[in-house]
Design a protein around this ligand. Structure first.
Ligand code: GLP
Length: 241
């Protein structure tokens, strides 16, 4: 595990550099996209490089980490729409190249299995961007998630719903109660994991991620078993290391 402590804008550039390097060598790369505020500066940087340096995503594809269950198709906080707004529409992905779990499927269990198959059929994810929740969740793998889990339906914890209420006008009751999420084993199958965390609120999660014992109670700790992880943190998030 490589840990880089640097100011936020520098972290975004390092993550964008890793993605750019991959795309220049392998234009048909499979990217793993994350939601949340942590990767937003990376998406800004990628959009800028697309605009000014001709960085192209035309042959690439992407898989999202997770999705809320039941948010209406046009809801701005539906993760598919968030990813569309924050990155997909700002670069040149081919139509249909960005995939996400279907939180509106009639059969959610089948949708999860289909999503796992789609990732495998694409040859697996080359580079997965990740954030981490204050309680150590990765994607929506909340504390107690099996370290061997695959894409499945999960119940969101009160903590995560409160953390994410800021995207729903501050009203926790508007935050869905369930989600579909790649499992920890799904995420561990990606070839390079790039995790971003900023701010003091993430300090304990980052401490556990890097220095804690591997435990389902801090789901991010499973990353310690991955051969190629880059952890990008600012001073505040690194303050307990
Ligand atoms: C959500 C997402 C996670 C993300 C986490 C942290 O719960 N499902 O993928 O890592 O939030 O979000 P933020 O980056 O906004 O702190």
């Amino acid at each position: 595990m490589e840990v880089v402590i640097a100011p936020g804008p520098e972290l975004a550039r390092i993550a964008a550099d890793a993605i750019e390097k991959l795309l220049r060598v392998r234009p048909q790369a499979v990217l793993g996209l994350a939601t949340g505020s942590s990767p937003l500066a990376v998406y800004d940087e990628l959009a800028r490089r697309h605009e000014s340096d001709g960085l192209s995503f035309a042959q690439a594809s992407a898989f999202m980490l997770d999705e809320y269950v039941g948010l209406p198709a046009q809801h701005p906080e539906r993760y598919r729409n968030v990813i569309e707004t924050e990155i997909a529409s700002r670069v040149d992905f081919a139509p249909g190249a960005v995939h996400g779990p279907d939180g509106l499927a009639d059969d959610l269990v089948a949708a999860c299995a289909a999503y796992e198959r789609a990732i495998a059929d694409a040859g697996g994810v080359d580079l997965q961007l990740l954030g981490i929740g204050t309680d150590g969740h990765v994607a929506f793998n909340e504390p107690g998630s099996s370290l061997a889990s695959r894409t499945r339906i999960k119940t969101l914890t009160r903590q995560t719903r409160e953390d994410n209420a800021r995207f729903f006008g501050g009203d926790v009751d508007q935050v869905p109660t369930h989600c579909l999420t790649q499992g920890l084993a799904t995420i561990m199958s990606a070839r390079h994991l790039v995790l971003l965390a900023q701010g003091r609120g993430k300090a304990e999660a980052v401490h556990q991620l890097v220095e804690g014992p591997v435990s389902a109670m801090w789901p991010g700790t499973v990353l310690q078993h991955h051969p190629h992880v880059t952890v990008l943190v600012d001073d505040a998030a690194a303050s307990r290391l």
